[in-house]
Design a protein around this ligand. Structure first.
Ligand SMILES: [Zn+2]
Length: 250
């Protein structure tokens, strides 16, 4: 006999829900207990099957490697590191490629490693600091070559390979490992959604008065504690298991 928690309410159907914390049966207020028991008994095989599936999910979740989320302090450190490293690489490769550029901005994005605007403003992701220098160079070269070709045409890649013959190798590295690095960057706004950019006024001047803006995704207005709670919530959300329901009209 399957044990279950019975919840009676104003409803017309009887529903069995198999959850990680047990079996819930929702039934109409006046339905006799005998009938409910018979219904549950008739679905015993289905319930046992679903319980086994949940057990399997639990094991899978337990064996799942934990995403090691970056803290706000760690992200700040990466952004500062990026400010110290990336502009120099830009200067170096801009000379080789023979292009100019505008503002360099270090961002903390969840989807992009770099970008180049039509005005030549360059954005780089601070998470690049978690990749080899060769990868950083490949992204810098890629963005700078957009100063010559605003597309991904054959001509564009010719420029890329000329400046950086090992481009494919390190681009592949980023394709293979990049998502796992991006996944470590979960920054949340007050509603618990991940957010893409909040500008901070921390600017530093470098390289011929070009402004390096440190755009900061983690809201400084977010209290540390709140951020931590939201992080945990996100982690918990990864652990939500699928429930199984079945209903019968009686
Ligand atoms: Zn591109």
């Amino acid at each position: 006999m399957i044990s279950y928690t019975l919840i009676r309410s104003k409803r017309k159907t009887t529903e069995i829900q198999v959850r990680v914390d047990g079996v819930i049966v929702r039934a109409p207020k006046r339905l006799g207990i005998g009938e409910i028991d018979r219904f549950v008994a008739s679905k015993e095989a289905w319930i046992i099957k679903k319980q086994a599936e949940i057990e399997k999910q639990l094991v899978a979740v337990k064996n799942q490697p934990k995403v090691n989320l970056l803290t706000k302090d760690e992200l700040t450190a990466l952004a500062n590191q990026a400010l110290a490293v990336i502009p120099e690489r830009v200067v170096h490769y801009a000379r080789i490629i023979g292009v100019d550029y505008g503002r360099i901005t270090i961002k903390n994005q969840r989807t992009r490693w770099g970008s180049c605007s039509s005005k030549g403003n360059l954005n780089f992701n601070c998470l690049l600091m978690l990749t080899p220098l060769e990868v950083i160079d490949s992204v810098v070269v890629h963005e700078l070559c957009h100063r010559k070709q605003m597309n991904h045409s054959k001509k564009f890649y010719e420029e890329v390979y000329k400046a950086y013959p090992e481009y494919d190798k390190w681009n592949k590295w980023l394709k293979d490992n990049g998502n796992a690095i991006m996944a470590r960057n979960v920054v949340l706004d007050k509603t618990g959604k991940s957010k893409d950019a909040v500008t901070s006024p921390n600017l530093s001047t470098r390289e011929k008065a070009k402004i390096l803006a440190l755009e900061w995704q983690a809201g400084d207005d977010l209290e540390e504690k709140l951020a931590k709670e939201l992080r945990e919530e996100i982690l918990a959300r990864h652990l939500v298991l699928q429930d199984f329901k079945m209903a019968k009209k009686v």
